[in-house]
Design a protein around this ligand. Structure first.
Ligand SMILES: NC(=O)c1ccc[n+]([C@@H]2O[C@H](COP(=O)([O-])OP(=O)(O)OC[C@H]3O[C@@H](n4cnc5c(N)ncnc54)[C@H](OP(=O)(O)O)[C@@H]3O)[C@@H](O)[C@H]2O)c1
Length: 259
């Protein structure tokens, strides 16, 4: 299927590795001009070169911290009129809520709620004027299935989800959609660090913990970043104009509910 996004401008936040990079790669393969970003220049430059080599097209790298105003300004200075915006940032650390004070909560809400809201604020009206826009927020299965040690993520992402639900319907009349894409356990550095922290907390060897952990997933395996990128690219496609305000789970059947 031709996704119909060749020549569009796609800004993918937090994308030198992991899920963001996978989304950037698929969008580039579909012919979008892609801007990627991260805080560390070396890995970012390597990712841009890798994506450009694998997928062709224009891949631009912007060193920027997406959780700061300056970082978001740098991103929009490099790509002033994105047609596609993938919001993403690093996840908060695991822990016990008894240890978290105001700063820990402010950091999580800033990274995993406010940063996406501010990127949308900066991009949405331009998309509406141009009569095309696709916004995908990378959130988490934790929105539907809270992960106990990731309370900061459960809370901040639920806030973003509620906010998105309130704004995502009205722009659809202008061919602008906003959806959330919820990874379950997709094989990235972040995912392995969360799973291995679970092994330590349970006092188990990483290998046996990983095996029993993924046994609880319908697909019996972690997701592949490329699978995640493909779903993201479809949501960004011309064909997805009638999908908005949705929370789309990409969890291999981990979430056990009907809805
Ligand atoms: N993988 C999963 O299964 C899974 C499941 C649920 C939720 N999530 C969430 O999805 C998001 C992405 O996860 P991932 O697994 O792809 O993580 P990852 O493999 O650790 O990659 C994170 C990427 O984001 C960049 N980044 C982090 N903080 C940034 C910032 N402030 N500004 C700009 N770039 C930043 C990193 O580069 P720099 O460090 O150089 O900035 C890196 O490129 C996280 O919020 C994570 O909690 C992931």
């Amino acid at each position: 299927m031709d996704l119909g996004i060749a020549g569009t401008n796609a800004l993918v936040c937090a994308s030198s590795k992991g899920l963001g990079k996978a989304c950037a790669k698929t969008l580039a393969a579909e012919g979008a001009n892609v801007w990627i970003c991260a805080r560390h220049a070396d890995e970012l430059e390597r990712a841009a070169a890798e994506i450009g080599e694998a997928c062709g097209g224009t891949v631009s790298a912007v060193v920027a911290d997406v959780t700061t105003d300056e970082g978001r300004e740098a991103l929009l200075a490099a790509c002033p009129a994105p047609d596609i915006l993938v919001n993403n940032a690093g996840g908060p650390p695991p822990g016990d809520f008894r240890d978290w004070r105001q700063q820990e909560w402010f950091d999580a809400v800033n990274a995993n709620m406010y940063s996406s809201i501010d990127m949308i604020r900066r991009c949405l009206d331009g998309m509406i004027e141009r009569r095309f826009g696709r916004i995908v927020n990378i959130t988490s299965v934790a929105v539907k299935l809270p992960v106990k040690p990731l309370g900061l993520s459960n809370g901040a992402r639920a806030g973003l989800t509620g906010f998105i639900s309130g704004i995502a319907r009205e722009p659809a009349q202008y061919n602008v959609t906003i959806n959330n894409l919820l990874p379950g356990y997709v094989a990235t550095d972040r995912m392995w660090s969360v799973v291995d922290a679970g092994a330590r907390a349970a006092g188990q060897e990483p290998e046996s913990f990983r095996e029993s952990f993924f046994n609880a997933v319908g697909a019996k395996r972690p997701g592949e970043p490329a699978e995640f990128g493909a779903v993201c690219a479809f949501l960004c496609s011309r064909h997805a104009a009638y999908i908005t305000a949705q929370n789309i789970l990409m969890d291999g059947g981990l979430y056990p509910g009907t809805f």
